[in-house]
Write a protein that binds this ligand. Structure first.
Ligand SMILES: [Zn+2]
Length: 151
C-alpha cells in the first residue's frame, strides 16, 4: 500500500496503545497485515532501476505521500509522540524493500522475497479490479483516521 495508508494505520495503533513495547511491534506487523489486501501502488521504477536523473518525480511522490501522512496525523490527533514513532516504524518494511532494490544484501533480499513475493500475493499474482484495489486503501485510511481522531 502507499505510505499514507501504512503510516496512518501505524499511528492508529499508536493512538490505541500507551505501551510502546506493544505498540511499536504491532505497528510494524500492521504493515504486513495491510499489504495482504489487494492494492494499487504508484511506480518508483526510476529509483528501483537506479535511473537517478529521471528519479526526481519518484522521490517527489514518496515525499508528498510521507508529508501528507504527517499532516493528517498532526491535524486529527492529539500528537502523542508514540503515534509518530508508530507511523515511522510502519513504513520500515517498504524502506527495506527499496534499499534492497538499490543495494544487494542477503537479509534484505530474504525480507523482500517474503514482503513482495508472499505478502503481496493478492496484489502481484491476482488481478483484482482497480476499484477494489483502491477501495482497500481508502478503507484503511478512513478507519485509521477514525482511530487517530483526538483519542
Ligand atoms: Zn509493503
Amino acid at each position: 500500500m502507499i505510505l499514507l495508508a501504512h503510516m496512518l494505520f501505524g499511528a492508529a495503533i499508536g493512538a490505541q496503545l500507551d505501551n510502546p513495547y506493544f505498540a511499536l511491534p504491532l505497528a510494524l506487523l500492521g504493515h504486513y497485515f495491510l499489504d495482504i489486501f489487494p492494492h494499487v501502488e504508484y511506480s518508483i521504477s526510476h529509483i528501483k532501476n537506479k535511473e537517478w536523473k529521471k528519479a526526481w518525480p519518484d522521490f517527489l511522490k514518496v515525499f508528498l505521500d510521507f508529508l501528507l501522512a504527517l499532516v493528517i496525523i498532526f491535524w486529527f490527533s492529539k500528537n502523542q509522540p508514540l503515534m509518530y514513532a508508530c507511523a515511522l516504524i510502519a513504513i520500515v518494511p517498504d524502506g527495506f524493500t527499496l534499499i534492497n532494490s538499490v543495494v544487494k544484501n542477503k537479509i534484505l533480499a530474504a525480507h523482500s522475497n517474503i514482503h513482495e513475493g508472499r505478502i503481496h500475493y493478492l496484489t502481484k499474482q491476482k488481478k483484482f479490479p482497480i476499484f477494489w484495489r483502491i477501495a482497500t486503501q481508502v478503507a484503511a485510511i478512513i478507519i485509521s483516521i477514525i482511530f487517530i481522531n483526538k483519542i
